[in-house]
Design a protein. Structure first.
Lengths: 512, 479
């Protein structure tokens, strides 16, 4: 791939398609249909490019690949490049996008060209976030995502869409502006806006404490971590199905990606200093949001709270300062991206039929929708962390890493798995099993061919990730190693460090 | 320096003055029938004045025995001023024709105001400054009440005049104090006196001069006139007020702060910090309850002036250049959004200014709504729109000198502002359509909106290298 600007092209394809969706001639339904087809084609092209990217990524090659750089912005540059972590997240994004377009094929009936345009724009910005190698280019992409998401929630959302869109926008904006000032400070102090150079730059421990907090404010909101998670249930509930999928599948991952790309390697001392802050918030999040999820009456809200709980597992893992924890956190991010996306799509399927998300309006639909019930069960099990499905490797690794860092944190983290199983199975029982008490729910037809097409690839990916996680772990392994090399000297003391005889240690200490 | 050389330096002002006088005669003989021709001729005069900046009047130095300077800082400001003035002239016929009030004097008054503004940004003596400021203001007072039969317009003119006269008085009092305690009215002389010793007389002079200038840029706490005048003045005049005079007054403030009061930076810095923060906060909070789009944009301009002033706080060349970048982007955004306001007419052609009348605009007029939304998001400073870069660079200037706590507070206040910009977008995109607006009649306005929208779109980022070079040159000519 020498010199071929594949990342720029992946950014350009959706952008051009978005402009075409908005400006193409035509009226009414014809224009809507052409916008749908354009969007599907563009996202499929990008998915193909994503596979090319994955295929050409050299494991064990240089740390930053597909690097592009053009100093056209004066104060900062158009610098792109990816490592294995960014690669996996880009692949996740381009995989979910065509499914989102397909899921909105019928569900979105009004203002289709604008809708498709907003989604395509979002795809550009998402890929941009993961591919940016310039501090400010990252910020622009990171913040730019607010505009299309604001419009998607506000125009095509549910009843309280306006409240939800404002809350989403202002919450995340307030979180991020402080990060901008921190970035300006860093660029001034280090004299560069190049992310790889900054990852190697040693800021003074005192400065790190402040910089970390500024970044933390932004990423914790995006993640979202307790107590700044309250925008998420509102945004999820009001957003259209595909909006929720992208929100849960990719936008939330930006928080975790931010921690791993910026907060940890750039401020290792501060990360260790705030170890208990992060662990404490994660512990509260696990227990609190799981319990809150248990009592939800709205399907989407329940899954939204389960997202917060899963993201707590990611923050547990990221701040363990050991390989299992960080790799586990990354795997949870990928697995959750697939599973929560799939669960929202499942909700979307029945919502399209009955136009309600209230759990009590359903019941016993396993009888009339057997295929749907099977898929839903499959993804429910994946969300619970059943071995052999996508979330298990990540959750297991993250938990093990957490135990190595702090046994108390691990103790609390494990309760999240138990309550997670409780609320997901409880949800599934109320929807799919039991008597068919609602006539309209009992009359719903099973999956259409289009819905099969949306859910089947996700199920396949979930199974793949559960059975052979190595495919996904391998590209990231070297990058996690480089990160560990950078942060391990600062690792906080652990209460669970095993003192292992030298002869036995290789077996216990690592999976490789 | 000979008079001829001085004349050559001030070629733009001379071109504009003579054009204004000539066109005034044409207006006197030709009457309002000639207004079409006068409109185009005055735009031509502004273009000629702009091209004159390529010659010696671009950056050749001091003229008129130290009263006037032609440097790259002045040239950059003048370009922005002429663009603002030209747009204000171009959009006028479409507006006033409907009111039956298009008068041939309108372009002439704008030209005279442009002469005043040109003089302001080239002033390096308190007297030149005052003469320029008054020329600009007097033309502006008349423009504000241009719709003679409209009560609100007359009220706006009167309010602007009374408060403006008060501000001029304060400014003049400050100038007299500076003169009394330094023995000179030239900027360099005042700076030398301040360097020699900062007595309380000079300090009071500094405070009064800055207060007078704060009125002209409508920074809090001297902003009270802005919403009323913006609302009452005819929309093309509001467009003019929000762009060119703002740039001129801001450039003037930067020049006075750095050239005349440079040694007293520590003294004026507190004043500027207060004005900047108060403007960003009050400009944000005040706009929230507004239902009139012009009042909302007035508060938005107060808010933006606050951010531009942040760039002045460090008192460095980089800071001064960031102010000019901010103003350049601000001019594009504010011209664009007021041009959109100009399109707001009910089905029978009466202009409307209610935000509620924008409801559902994205469905009735998608292109207009998209442009308006771009300007709103850009004014809020949301990337990837170009308005973000203005905020970016003023805060960069603050962080550059280690004033990051102020930058943190300042940028947090921008979230308040984001709220009401979002409100406009919400009305256009989320609400059910209200009665549709009348279709656009002027192709020129559409083109201008499209140009402004392109500039503030992410394409604007490509202009950064050019913009930073020009503004850095401009800023260096101050030091």
């Amino acid at each position: 791939m020498n010199g071929f600007p594949i990342l720029s092209i992946m950014l350009a394809v959706p952008l051009v398609a978005a402009i075409w969706c908005l400006l193409s001639p035509g009226e009414g339904e014809a224009k809507a249909q052409s916008a749908r087809i354009t969007a599907l084609a563009a996202t499929l092209i990008n998915f193909a490019l994503g596979l090319v990217l994955w295929n050409n990524y050299q494991e064990g090659g240089p740390r930053w690949q597909f690097v592009e750089r053009a100093d056209i912005f004066g104060r900062f540059s158009w610098a792109l490049g990816i490592d294995g972590i960014a690669l996996m997240l880009i692949v996740l994004s381009v995989f979910l996008m065509p499914l989102c377009i397909l899921a909105s094929w019928k569900a979105i009936g009004k203002r289709v060209p604008e809708y498709m345009g907003a989604f395509l724009l979002m795809e550009t910005l998402m890929i941009g976030v993961f591919a940016a190698q310039d501090l400010f280019l990252f910020y622009i992409m990171f913040e730019g995502g607010l505009i299309p998401m604001y419009l998607v929630i506000g125009i095509w959302g549910g009843a309280r869409r306006i409240y939800a869109s404002y809350k989403f926008f202002l919450y995340t904006l307030l979180g991020s502006v402080l990060m901008l000032i921190a970035m300006l400070y860093m660029a001034r102090t280090a004299g560069t806006t190049d992310v790889p150079s900054l990852m190697a730059y040693n800021f003074t421990p005192r400065a790190q404490l402040w910089l970390f907090l500024a970044f933390f404010a932004s990423f914790a909101v995006k993640m979202p971590m307790w107590p700044v998670h309250t925008w998420l249930p509102d945004a999820h509930v009001e957003a259209p199905t595909a909006g929720s999928v992208i929100l849960a599948g990719v936008l939330l991952k930006m928080g975790g990606y931010g921690f791993i790309r910026f907060a940890l390697p750039m401020f290792p001392d501060a990360s260790a200093h705030y170890f208990w802050l992060v662990m404490g918030l994660s512990m509260i999040a696990t227990v609190y949001t799981s319990l809150v999820a248990l009592v939800q009456k709205d399907m989407k809200k329940l899954i939204a709270y389960s997202s917060v709980a899963h993201m707590a597992l990611v923050t547990f893992g990221l701040f363990t300062f050991n390989r299992q924890g960080i790799e586990g956190a990354l795997m949870v991010m990928l697995g959750h991206g697939l599973v929560s996306g799939a669960l929202f799509l499942c909700v979307g399927v029945v919502y399209d039929r009955l136009h309600t998300r209230e759990i009590s309006r359903y019941g016993g639909i396993a009888n009339n929708m057997p295929a749907y019930a099977t898929f839903f069960l499959f993804f429910t099990m994946a969300s619970v962390g059943l071995p052999g499905l996508s979330n298990f490797p990540g959750e297991f690794l993250a938990m093990m890493g957490t135990y190595k860092a702090s046994s108390w944190a691990a103790f609390i983290a494990v309760t999240g798995i138990i309550t997670g199983a409780a609320y997901m199975l409880y949800l599934y029982r109320r929807i799919a099993f039991g008597p068919q008490k609602n006539a309209d729910a009992a009359a719903m037809p099973d999956l259409s061919a289009r819905e099969w097409l949306v859910l089947a690839p996700l199920a396949a990916a979930v199974l793949w990730m559960g059975v052979y996680p190595e495919s996904f772990l391998a590209p990231m392994r070297a990058d996690v190693g480089a990160l560990l090399e950078r942060i391990q000297p600062a690792a906080p003391p652990s209460d669970a460090a095993l003192t292992v005889p030298a002869a036995v240690s290789p077996v216990i200490a690592g999976e490789r | 320096m000979s008079y001829m050389a001085s004349f050559a330096l001030s070629a733009p002002e001379i071109i504009l003055s003579f054009s204004a006088i000539l066109l005034m005669l044409v207006a006197a003989w030709g009457g309002d029938k000639a207004s079409q021709a006068i409109t185009w001729l005055s735009v031509l005069a502004l273009a000629a004045a702009g091209f004159a900046l390529l010659g010696p009047s671009g950056s050749a130095g001091v003229g008129y025995d130290g009263l006037y300077v032609a440097d790259s800082f002045a040239s950059f400001s003048k370009v922005l001023i002429y663009i603002g003035a030209a747009v204000a002239i171009l959009i006028a016929p479409g507006f006033f024709d409907r009111e039956g009030e298009m008068r041939a004097e309108y372009p002439v008054l704008i030209l005279l105001s442009a002469v005043g503004m040109s003089t302001m940004v080239s002033a390096i003596d308190m007297l030149t400054l005052y003469v320029g400021l008054e020329l600009q203001s007097l033309a502006a007072y008349v423009l504000a009440s241009f719709l003679r039969r409209d009560d609100r317009s007359a009220e706006a003119g009167l309010k602007y005049f009374v408060l403006g006269a008060l501000a001029s008085g304060i400014l003049l009092y400050g100038i007299s104090l500076l003169y009394g305690f330094s023995g000179t009215t030239s900027f360099t002389g005042i700076a030398a006196a301040m360097k020699a010793g900062m007595g309380s007389g000079l300090l009071f002079g500094l405070v009064f001069v800055l207060a007078g200038l704060a009125f002209k840029i409508s920074a809090v706490p001297f902003h009270m006139w802005t919403p009323d005048v913006y609302e009452g003045a005819p929309t093309p005049v509001t467009t003019f007020f929000a762009s060119a005079p703002k740039v001129a007054a801001m450039a003037l403030t930067v020049r006075v702060a750095i050239e005349a009061m440079g040694p007293a930076t520590d003294q004026w810095r507190q004043i500027i910090i207060f004005c900047a923060l108060a403007s960003t906060i009050l400009g944000g909070v005040g706009a929230i309850g507004q239902t009139n789009i012009k009042r909302l944009l007035a508060y938005s301009s107060i808010n933006n002036v606050g951010f531009a002033l942040m760039g002045l706080v460090p008192g460095t060349a980089y800071g001064a250049s960031s102010v000019m970048v901010y103003m350049a982007i601000y001019v594009a955004m504010t011209l664009g959004s007021l041009l959109c306001v100009l399109q707001m007419r009910t089905a029978n052609g009466t202009p409307t200014e209610q935000i509620a009348s924008l409801a559902g605009l994205s469905r009735t007029r998608p292109a207009l709504a998209a442009a308006f939304a771009i300007f709103m998001f850009s004014l809020a400073g949301i990337p990837p729109l170009f308005g973000f870069y203005g905020k970016f660079i003023v805060f960069d200037a603050l962080v550059d000198v280690g004033m990051w706590p102020l930058a943190m507070i300042g940028i947090a206040t921008s979230v308040i502002g984001a709220f009401y910009y979002l409100k406009v977008v919400k009305t256009m995109y989320f609400d059910e359509p209200a009665a549709p607006l009348a279709p656009s009649r002027s192709a020129a306005e559409g083109v201008l909106i499209a140009l402004a929208a392109l500039f503030v779109s992410p394409l604007g980022y490509l202009a950064i290298p050019m913009l930073s070079e020009v503004t850095m040159n401009a800023a260096h000519s101050l030091f």
